[in-house]
Design a binder for this molecule. Sequence first.
Ligand code: PLP
Length: 396
Amino acid sequence: MTHFWHPFADMKQVAGHELVLDRGEGVWIYDTEGNRYLDASGSLWYANVGHGRRELADAAAAQLARLEAYSAYDRLATRPVLELADRLSALAPMSDAAVFFTTAGSDAIESAVKLVRRYWTATGRPEKHVIVARERAYHGVSGYGVSLGGIPANREGFGELAPGIEHVPYGDTDAVAELLRRGDVAAFIGEPVIGAGGVYPPPDGYWPAVERLCREHDVLLVLDEVITGFGRLGEWFGAQRYGIEPDLFTFAKGITSGYVPLGGVVVGQRVQEPFWRGDAGMFRHGYTYSGHATAAAVALANLDIIEREGLVQRVKELEPAFAAKLRSIDGAVEVRTAGLVAGVQVEDVDGVIARLRDGGVLTRAVGGHSLQICPPLVITEDEIDLLAERIGAAVA
Ligand code: PLP
């Protein structure tokens, strides 16, 4: 019997029935019995460069041997962390962005919310404290993240959640306008494409309309790019795909392709201003691993791979075939895609997932009804064909 309490798992069902994974190579994962699975979900949306990259193991080993990590509080820093901040700032869809590092996505969200609220108190507008989030949203599992989340089951049974948060339907700009008119809104937050809520790309024109409303009502625009960053949508970030410029955005997952945990918040000049040049003083927030040298070294090597192999452009090229193949699956109820991410909605999603696993494909359910399709960006057209074929067979 296992002693491992799995995340997001019903242990009464899981204990004694674990599938133990052993190694990976590209889009393929092998279990301890030698069975091979196509990684249809990119693990938890993060395996952008694919599995088993020696180069990333070497980058980690080299930094671990030199200086594994050291506090970055106050004036301390390490070279990989400084270099990674420069590199992210250059890639970001805003000028001269600053980067605040965290350990993963949930604490990136916590950091973004605290930063936004602290910004408004520092600039003399403490009444602006409400954060507007969306139904179907997923922003991690920490205090603010759960409160911002719009998946009902994830919010139940935890007692009172964080105050000062309002939800709007995911594609509804009228509801956003109505809330923003109140004058107490600090920020609007959303995933460029809703992920764990079921994969819902935005309706046409949604993001530019939200951006306009935020500017009109002096509300900060926060994007949660934890899934959509680092090429997933055929641009470095979702903001670029939808032609908007956030005030700040969160990232995690694809920054290291999951080889080590890392996340953070990229912050534009407006929110930097009171802290970097004004009188706001210290942002009293930070994690032990806010600026972890080995995580940063792996991230740099991961960005090297994305750039060298042209993976962002590759997503653009693969997108039409990916969408067409998935849309051609007989028996799918609905297929929603953007870049190399999709929600394939099916009847009996748990049954389909079990049959896929038996047939050599790993994925999971999102939104309670859809298959999470988010393969490594190195997937080939042949592997996309195979994936669609196997989903078709499992549905049939
Ligand atoms: N935000 C989004 C959009 C996510 O998809 C996730 C995780 O899936 C998170 C935040 C939380 O990230 P983590 O699980 O790394 O804490």
